[in-house]
Ligand binder design. Structure first.
Ligand code: IMP
Length: 183
């Protein structure tokens, strides 16, 4: 089966390919721009995107929206993660966290699948913000996120290892399980 992934993020595509291709789903990147509305939830962003894209692209396709939610910052950057990454970046987040003892955070991923209808698949991973940047793999906030049960950041993991615990890996697993069940 061929599945279009509408995104310009190579890191997301690499993770989806690593997970889905051994299962017989050929992921094809389509770097098409679509409006990412400013909304309160990732789910709202994804539903808007799917509705905007559904008559413009080949089916079936997925999009994905994700965010990093830091407990001590009341969930910031959350739905603003992409903007915050581009502006203050990892150093800005580490600076905001200086002197804060509670470093708990979670990542959330929402995958939207369109095959004539809208389907959402969600994954979350809990962890903490490291004291410094570590590792060179992955993308985005990976160098400062340590998932629960590990001492290394996502950026110190291979794609396979990250997928086995990550928010996106979990959402991809939900998606694949649903595909199998719905035939
Ligand atoms: P978006 O889903 O493309 O809107 O991404 C939101 C922000 O979170 C971007 O700055 C991404 O780089 C970052 N991000 C999304 N997923 C991950 C991840 O798996 N690891 C690290 N950063 C991520």
């Amino acid at each position: 089966m061929e599945l279009f992934f509408i995104t310009s993020n190579d890191g997301k595509v690499r993770e989806a390919k690593k997970f889905l291709e051994p299962l017989g789903i050929n992921v094809i990147k389509k770097p098409l721009e679509y409006p990412e509305i400013q909304a309160d939830t990732l789910e709202d962003v994804v539903v808007f995107g799917l509705n905007w894209l559904k008559d413009k692209v080949d089916k079936p396709f997925i999009i994905e929206d994700s965010g990093l939610f830091i407990e001590a910052l009341n969930g910031f950057p959350g739905v603003y993660s992409a903007y915050v990454y581009k502006t203050i970046g990892l150093d800005g987040i580490l600076k905001l966290m200086e002197g804060i003892e509670n470093r708990k955070a979670y990542f959330k991923s929402v995958i939207g699948f369109y095959d004539g209808e809208i389907h959402l698949f969600v994954g979350e991973v809990r962890g903490r913000i490291s004291n410094e940047k570590r590792g060179s793999h992955g993308f985005g906030y990976d160098p400062i996120f340590v998932p629960d049960g590990f001492d290394k950041t996502f950026a110190e993991m291979s794609t396979e290892e990250k997928n086995s615990v990550s928010h996106r890996g979990k959402a991809l697993k939900e998606f694949y399980s649903w595909m199998i069940l719905s035939g």
